[in-house]
Design a binder for this molecule. Structure first.
Ligand code: CA
Length: 226
């Protein structure tokens, strides 16, 4: 059962969330201010936090910072304000996603499911070393070796490579890649993917214009073939 912590000071919204979430078999705790949110989170260890940014005792961003001091629990921010500055601040502080009020329950539920799914630990795939004909990726050591030489990757290139390699043989959607590597605010920046995939191919493929390992699925995403 997924445990949700709802942090919100407007009783009608809390009520609607509690009814809808419980109807879908979520276990729900509610906090009406930041201090009780931090206490409840520590006591109950929720699987996902839904957090209003405008709280009576402190800014929601402070709650995010408080949580991020000790937990990686997914945090979805509810923001009534149109100011994108605040969303950016919340995401920078460690929120995973945001929904703007007034929100549709279906949208919030979909965001929650996605956040919980992303947070699930990747099953250890036995060997953390993936070998292809052209190069070797050591996920644990965070190293790529090609022809006996370590290939230098930037942190972003590495992160992208890591997500693709961990999903070896599977299509990874553009949105998922953007969100995992760059963050939720970048889910539409598909040009980033084109640029960074081109760099990975240039560094790792024998013939970058005819890639054998970093395959584009047009309009959908990318697939790593060992
Ligand atoms: Ca509020």
């Amino acid at each position: 059962m997924t445990r949700v912590l709802v942090v919100e000071d407007e009783p009608q919204i809390v009520r609607a969330l509690v009814i809808n979430l419980r109807a879908r078999k979520y276990e729900v705790d509610a906090a009406y201010d930041g201090a009780s949110a931090l206490e409840l989170a520590a006591a109950r260890h929720p699987d996902v936090v839904v957090l209003d940014l405008g709280l009576p005792d402190m800014d929601g961003v402070e709650v995010i910072r408080g949580l991020r001091g000790w937990t990686r629990v997914p945090i979805i921010v509810l923001s009534a304000r149109q100011a994108s500055d605040e969303k950016v601040e919340a995401l920078d502080a460690g929120a995973d996603d945001y929904v703007t009020k007034p929100f549709g329950m279906d949208e919030l539920l979909a965001r929650m499911r996605a956040a919980v799914r992303r947070a699930e630990p990747v099953a250890p795939e036995g060997d953390s070393v993936v070998t292809t004909d052209d190069f070797t990726v050591d996920l644990a050591a965070k190293k790529v070796n090609r022809g006996g030489t370590d290939v230098r990757l930037t942190p972003t290139e590495w992160h992208l490579l890591e997500v693709l390699v961990r999903n070896s043989g599977r299509l990874v959607g553009q949105t998922q890649l953007l969100q995992e590597v760059w963050g939720p605010a970048y889910h539409k920046e598909t040009n980033y993917l084109r640029v960074y995939l081109a760099q990975l191919r240039r560094k790792l493929e024998t013939d970058p214009s005819h890639p054998r390992h970093f395959i584009t699925e047009p309009g959908m995403g990318y697939r790593f073939e060992p």
